[in-house]
Design a protein around this ligand. Structure first.
Ligand code: GLA
Length: 407
């Protein structure tokens, strides 16, 4: 057999290299300069469903200020489905329901802005929204321009309604382009439910993309993947494979928070919040923040945990170990420390342990371990261990040596 000439081998190697570079070039982010850290805010859906109105949104904005949420980093006040009339207006524009928003969306946006917060709205990349209101397909430019005129800062773009023969890429890029031409900088949140694996294509399309079906305030529903609705652990399982897909401006979105809602115990809410922070998830509260208990407020405003969410150390948090009943998750932080979660999925207290080495820290004579829920520091020889109660987490941030990183 004739041997392959050297230059062919080189050519093949170069081609393979190019292919490799093409395949592994990190996907870029939507070039709108927004959501450089995971968006933080509130959304009406998880607690209020279609019962949304100006009073609720404005009272929520007030509560976000008085509760300390704004000071802790929450910015967006997001109106979900059902804010509009079932028919478009004469000029084809969307019409806010006058019973719910008597002074329109513009007045609510102005109110929210006066509070130092930003306003989000909801639409769908189909003929109707999930609750049956007019969708934006075919009206992208008109609707985006309308949102911009009203002073909207964030759009959640759902996946309901007839697609009128368009592909998911056509539907989601049409609104991206319309927003870009709208004259206002608007965070673009894709709510495609993970149906077409958006972690593979959505980085240049939106600032964040839903990775699953809808969340529900339960620890676990034991539904197989992608069935509605999803408990905290069902969703968590689906995130384990996605940690390489996100980066500043382009985030995986495992759905809005259920902290303080439904059947979740306080420990479950803490675990949910900790895990979402470790995943660099958007922290969009979904409870009634006007009437929340002190312990729920304390969870949502835990700055040690929020700091993990808002820090980009080069990689979203990932699962280090899954023993079925217990799991270990870790995330590199930009100062060289590592955030770690010891998770007890089941009932009854259990001792969970990992090591500084297993979570990616360099060898050091000693380590500083900060408990992100107790807010206390201790010194360790590298073993990270805790007894973790029913459906709960222990969450730490670990530095090799002292906190400044000196051994
Ligand atoms: C879908 C979305 C939810 C919510 C509802 C509104 O189910 O995934 O988050 O926006 O629609 O109808």
């Amino acid at each position: 057999m004739k041997s392959t000439p050297m230059f062919c081998k080189i050519l093949a190697a170069v081609a393979a290299g190019t292919l490799l570079v093409l395949t592994f070039t990190p996907a870029y982010a939507l070039d709108n300069g927004l959501a450089r850290t995971p968006p933080m805010g509130w959304n009406s859906w998880n607690s209020f469903h279609c019962d949304v109105n100006a009073k609720l949104v404005e009272e929520t904005a007030d509560a976000m200020v008085t509760s300390g949420m704004r000071a802790a980093g929450y910015v967006y006040v997001n109106i979900d489905d059902c804010w509009l009339l079932k028919r478009r207006g004469r000029g084809g524009g969307l019409v806010p329901d006058p019973r719910k928003f008597p002074h329109g969306i513009e007045a609510v946006a102005a109110y929210v802005h006066r509070k130092g917060l930003e306003l989000g709205i909801y639409e769908s990349a189909g003929a109707t929204t999930c609750a049956g209101y007019p969708g934006s397909i075919g009206h992208e430019k008109q609707d985006a321009a309308q949102f911009a005129r009203w002073g909207v800062d964030y759009l959640k773009y759902d996946n309901c309604g007839d697609y009128e023969g368009e592909t998911y890429l056509q539907r989601y890029t049409a609104m991206r382009d319309a927003l870009a031409q709208s004259g206002r900088r608007i965070v673009y949140s894709l709510c495609e439910w993970g149906n077409k694996a958006p972690w593979n294509w959505a980085q240049p399309v939106g600032n964040l993309w839903r990775t699953t079906q809808d969340i529900t305030p339960r620890w676990r529903t034991d539904q197989p993947d992608n069935l509605y609705p999803q408990g905290i652990l069902d969703i968590l399982d689906q995130q384990a494979k996605l940690s390489a897909a996100s980066h500043p401006g382009a985030w995986n979105d495992p759905d809005m928070l259920e902290v303080g809602n439904g059947y979740l115990t306080d420990e479950e809410s803490k675990a949910h919040f900790s895990l979402w922070a470790l995943l660099n998830a958007p922290l969009i509260a979904g409870n009634d923040v006007r009437n929340m208990a002190q312990d729920i407020r304390d969870i949502l405003t835990n700055r040690d945990v929020i700091a993990v969410d808002q820090d980009w150390g080069g990689r979203q948090g990932y699962r280090v170990r899954d023993d079925g009943n217990t799991q270990v998750w870790a995330k590199p932080m930009s100062d060289g420390s590592v955030a770690v979660i010891l998770l007890n999925c089941r009932r009854g207290p259990v001792s969970i342990a990992t090591t500084a080495q297993a979570i990616g820290l360099r060898t050091a004579a000693s380590y500083t371990v900060r408990d992100l829920w107790k807010h206390t520091d201790s010194v360790s020889d590298g073993r990270i261990e805790a007894t973790v109660g029913t459906h709960a987490v222990a969450m730490f941030r670990v530095w090799a040596g002292s906190k400044s990183g000196v051994s």
